[in-house]
Design a protein around this ligand. Structure first.
Ligand code: PHE
Length: 453
């Protein structure tokens, strides 16, 4: 890229803003509706320890690779591979990332829409004893209806689009910097409330008591898959955000802090959800059922549950929103830099496509539920293809690119920010080994395991 173009490029301005934007992308539905359940089902502390090993030894090096590609190229996911990779082949990696982000955003925004609907209900004090709701019937009739979920999905997409139109510094950085601390405080309040309920101890034990007998080989795959999704790897989000990171920032430190904060949020979410689930003698589950059926049932019995419901659905909405903006930015950066569109035009163009895709995902819960591709409805297909195929390939190509295409000296230069920060030799050697051999081997193993299952 010419210096002139890079000078014009929007970007992050503060270290805290970068960290919170990265964390905003990472902390999302994955932390709130999957992590707590996976922990409990797969041996509590045993799972957490294995998860941490995966995160530190496999996922963080992958994140570092995305940081290196993004920051060194100062370009969108597609342009980054084109600029650093030279030949045509590597561009496919960038294209896969953009596609993965687009697929994820399409179904993610439907769930984002549900969170707005539930926030509105919570504000109307529906989740109180007086609200008189039947959570399961209410959820099923809402998601299978035609117009209401579409309207909320469109509201969610509009919120995402408005923040993105404002740009990186004035939109993404400003909003995530304001929203993430709010999300953190809300989650902590909920965790304290939940853990002080009578009978909450059972839920805390479910989360943290080590149980080696429950930890199987499928737990190991689940831990790795969860770590991938939760850290937003393999779909260009970290790469694109990293391209807005100034040269003086320490990218190793930023990767470590993002990973630590994402894990902390996941643990706090576990403490906010599981103790309450156990205090009310409900068996835990995962996914939409947990947050949209089980929790509303608990809120309506909990003293001051109406207030807790508002806090929870605000949190869910914020977590989904800050992840969605990172997904949309992957596509927008691509359209701006590769198709020469102005930012507002790029947002307009991409939104018209996302509206169609998200509406299809929403309808696949009801009116279009009979439309099956490989025996999955459209929503589940998007989820499956992005999480199990596109993201995994995206991550594999990112590590292969850094480990086998980039020069060792260039990687060292990027990690030390041109010599500003020292990178211990032994540490670099270990990291380089993981990037070149261990991480690709593990990712290929997951791909094979996924195919077999
Ligand atoms: N990490 C987000 C979550 O935990 C999901 C996500 C995946 C966001 C990929 C951006 C990119 O929910």
């Amino acid at each position: 890229m010419s210096n002139q173009t890079s000078a014009k490029r929007d970007g992050f301005v503060s270290s805290l803003g970068i960290l919170l934007a990265m964390t905003g992308s990472a902390v999302g539905l994955g932390n709130l509706w999957r992590f707590p359940y996976l922990v409990g089902e797969n041996g509590g502390a045993t799972f957490i320890i294995f998860y941490l090993v995966c995160v530190i030894f496999i996922c963080m090096p992958i994140m570092v690779c995305e940081f290196i590609i993004g920051r060194r190229s100062q370009a969108n996911a597609f342009g980054a591979y084109k600029r650093l990779g030279g030949d045509k082949g590597w561009k496919v990696a960038g294209l896969l990332s953009v596609l993965a982000a687009a697929f994820i955003l399409s179904f993610y925004s439907v769930v984002g829409g549900w969170s707005i609907r539930y926030l509105v209900l919570a504000c109307g004090l529906k989740f109180t004893a007086a609200g008189g709701i039947q959570p399961e019937t209410m959820f099923n009739s809402f998601v299978t209806s035609t117009w209401a979920p579409i309207i909320y999905t469109l509201i969610f997409l509009a919120c995402t689009g408005i923040i993105i139109v404002a740009g990186v510094k004035n939109g993404i950085e400003k909003f995530t910097k304001a929203l993430m601390p709010v999300l953190f405080v809300l989650m902590v309040i909920l965790a304290v409330r939940s853990m002080t309920l009578p009978g909450a101890g059972e839920g805390v034990r479910y989360l943290f008591k080590p149980d080696f007998s429950k930890f199987t080989s499928s737990s190991a795959i689940a831990a790795l898959g969860q770590a991938f999704f939760s850290l937003s790897l393999g779909c260009g989000t970290i790469l694109t955000y990293a391209s807005y990171v100034p040269r003086k920032e320490n990218i190793l430190k930023c990767s470590a802090e993002t990973t630590a904060l994402d894990t902390l949020f996941a643990l706090i979410a576990g403490c906010a959800i599981m103790p309450a689930v156990f205090a009310y003698g409900i068996s835990p589950g995962q996914g939409p059922g947990l947050v949209f059926v089980t929790l509303p049932a608990i809120f309506s019995e909990l003293p001051a549950g109406g207030f807790a419901a508002i806090l929870f659905f605000v949190s869910l909405f914020l977590a989904a929103l800050t992840s969605a903006i990172s997904l949309l930015e992957v596509v927008i950066a691509f359209l701006i830099e590769e198709c020469n569109l102005r930012r507002p035009v790029a947002v307009g163009v991409s939104m018209s496509v996302f509206v169609v895709l998200a509406v299809l995902c929403s309808l696949s819960q009801g009116a279009l539920s009979h439309v099956k591709i490989f025996s999955l409805n459209i929503f589940d297909l998007f989820d499956y293809v992005s999480a199990n195929v596109l993201m995994t390939f995206g991550a594999l190509l990112a590590v292969l690119f850094v480990g086998h295409k980039l020069k060792r000296a260039d990687i060292q230069d990027e990690l030390s920010s041109g010599g500003i920060y020292g990178v211990p030799r032994g540490f670099f050697k270990a990291l380089y080994f993981i990037i070149r051999w261990a991480a690709p081997a593990v990712i290929i193993a997951i791909l094979i395991a996924g195919l077999i299952s």
